[in-house]
Design a protein around this ligand. Sequence first.
Ligand code: K7E
Ligand code: CUA
Length: 641
Amino acid sequence: MKYLHQMITVLGLSVALAGFYGCGKPRDVGGDILDRDAAQKVYVAPGQKDEFYEFMSGGFSGQVSVYGLPSGRLFKTIPVFSQFAENGYGYDEESRNMLMTSQGLIPWDDSHHPQLSQTKGEIDGKWLFINGNNTPRIARINLKTFETEEIIEIPNTGGNHPSPFQTENSEYLMSATRFSLPIPQKDIAVESAASQGDLKGTVTLVKVDPATGRMSVELQVLVPGFDYDISHCGKGPSHDWCFFTTYNTEQAYKMKEIESSRNDKDYILAFNWVQAKQCAEQGKSKDFGGTYYNNFRASNSITVSEKREGVKLLDPVDCPGMMYYLPTPKSPHGTDVDPSGEYIVGAGKLATVIPVHSFSKLMKAIQDKKNVIKEIQGIPVLDYQSTLAGEVVKPCLGPLHTEFDGKGFAYTSCFVSSEIVKWKLGTWEVVDRVPAYYSIGHLSIPGGDSAKPYGKYMIALNKIAKDRYLPTGPEVTQSAQLYDISGDRMKLLLDFPTVGEPHYAQGVPASLLMPNSQKIHLLSENSHPYATKNESDAKVAREGNIVHVYMTSIRSHFKPDVVEAKVGDTIYFHVTNLEQDFDIDHGFAVEGMQNANILIMPGETKTIRYEAKSAGIFPFYCTDFCSALHQEMQQYLRISL
Ligand code: K7E
Ligand code: CUA
């Protein structure tokens, strides 16, 4: 046997008898750790439900996917930043505007960091926020409907990667600059911009209305033009502060691979957002330019796109004590705050230790001026030792992200050595490690970045799947792995493929969301201007060469039976689903549809545009198998000259 495992097969499952391995070295390098116990732990019997929802970002898919844990079953893709022909999101007239930006309609983005809204640092089950990285945006998903309800664009920033990290009660979402830029934008050679110090960054405070979830850009703070990376805000004693890692403090703009790795330490930016607000209220910010869009679903379910101009901009020079840089080795990526709010963990991609800063030491260090080793554009840099709680020594290669189990342990993902290390808060000793297959990025424990982790499962989000699944040509899936972390040792339970590239993911007990999950839209509350609530009101109305079809759908027909229009017409099909039963949706598509089909949920109205280009008789039909006579749910559009 090549590995220290004997492979056997039980009930069609590949099962390995795991041996015992000492602490501190990878167990089972390259093999499978599965046993009967593991199979039982992930088996959710037919008709049974999963214990947790897991929301995964889609990365380059721009969406969010929803899985169940421990089964790893995919429930749904929630379209967010990318058009989704499957249900018409981003194509239909109700949701198209959701993708509007200051650069026009942008039908794609790169989504990274889902954040479940919190109250007192605990997941409250109201909303899921997620960033669009490429064209800076933040989206809000309603967890009653699992639908994107709002997107706000972030002006004066480049690459919305360190986003949308929330404060303890989701009062604010923080959003920082990944790529520094001229602010405001201007026509300048990159070389000149770099040498003149014209490349700058911002941290944006996006306010969240506690009742409605509506987002607004309240304040931006100018920061030196480093590259900012993942952040986390404090909780409990550190409630007023947020922490952002930085890399490329060398401010290189070419040969970055080498040039941006010269410094032994970059920084974690500690930012007192409460003080920033106070400074702004005292008039210390100035009015600054910046065009951005805020798109939101109005009560009639049509997305309104509002263009906004101008922001309040605060310079750290004008608000002393608001920001400090904490030296942190080396090119850090993640920073994570433990459930108590005391420990701030940095994870340097090129570092040999995992440094942990102490919030209480930071507060003390700020008092004593001798800890300031220099100042960068009004931001004091503190001595490394003055804020350090401890270091996890030789944890692994390429530490990236850390989550917590609420039982005094932290779990750090290590990309280069492709493993997860478990270590103890306070003593900083590594107590366990397991391999990840392969090249883990984020990891996720339900509630693992909150004040109340549910430390039962951990998910590894791996960048590379290679040989883990059946081959599917050159492009293969990314891969998630589920570990049991309820005992002393981490234990691999399950591999499952994912959609797009999940960067971060967040889980929540199903019991927190299930009772509120909406089943239908009440037809009586449908205030869509083109809703048709009775079949007898179905009609075709013409305004010049614009044709509005007021259409109803119910098992198993549409009204009107036949729609007539002319070549050159633009036809809007406003289809209302009259059903009031859970899970009875209808779909709608016309032959030659130029955009997408629409799926209409019970009680809802959706509108899709159709350009009548040539004369003839064109069938339309229901695309969602809804009844015994679903196939009969087909009718005609006649287009005449
Ligand atoms: Cu992939 Cu948080 Cu965008 Cu790390 S990020 S891996
Ligand atoms: Cu309605 Cu199929």
